[in-house]
Ligand binder design. Sequence first.
Ligand code: GLY
Length: 321
Amino acid sequence: MTYGMIATWRMAYEGVAKMARELAKGGDAGQSIVEAIKMVEDYPYYKSVGFGGLPNEDCQLELDAAYMDGDNFDVGAVAGIQQTKNPIAVAERLSHERFNSFLVGSGATKYAREQGFEQQEMITDRAKRMWELRLEEIQKNNLSPYDGHDTVGMVSLDRRGKMVVGTSSSGLFMKKSGRVGDSPLSGSGFYVDSEIGGATATGLGEDLMKGCLSYETVALMGQGLSPQKAVDQVVYRFNDKLIKRKGKAGAFSLVCLNNRGQWGIATNVEFSFVAATETEKAEIYLARPGKNQTTEIEVATAEWLKAYDLRIKQPLEKLTR
Ligand code: GLY
């Protein structure tokens, strides 16, 4: 059988590229998700996931993550976990629990500590500086504090036909303590069924939670739509519905993969993502909304990649926001 991986944002590239090579050799979909997401969580320059993620309004880092196995529908999730190096690994462990498989706040942190998951300070000097700058900016310009909510979400298919999805996020920058986004919520932030496919979301959790967009995308693939048609239909219809009923829609994007290794992506903003399959090497793509509820997709250029790298690695003393 074939294999594949798709993931939100450029930050997923190194993990997807590495784990797609493992999948090619017969590696496990679950392991590929945990290892690839750990790589994003561990990298300090990715400011919306794991170590170096952006703090809440009290300058505390509260992290959300989830793991779902598409063979048996096991789901594990954590929300508002603190001081824990790899929330995705905790979510994976929780997915094996018959009860108590979604833990929040101090309960999630306590579980991780007691189960021997590595504990560490997760806030970096860079994240603290961004928090200070954001606070100054909000006060000076009387702005809404909320900004930035880039979840890493990945779907994986292995050669045995097993499919797994995982997410990890520090959620909304400057969120209230205790705020939880879509990323640990089944159906909304992620969903997978190995007999059909999987999907995962990134964007403004408060709006993503108004729909069950990951579940809906999988359901439409189950009715025979191609991944691209399914996700276009779900994302653009929901975007229009939110605008009609509420007057606005936050930024959101979904990626999906079916159990034949075909993928799709739709977005209401410019968005980067990564995909790798048996026939397509790991690649970073850019997507944007196209005409008539379709999505325009292109391979990211060398200039785009260079500008991205310079942006995320700006020297601390030169940070302006
Ligand atoms: N999509 C991540 C969040 O809103 O928390």
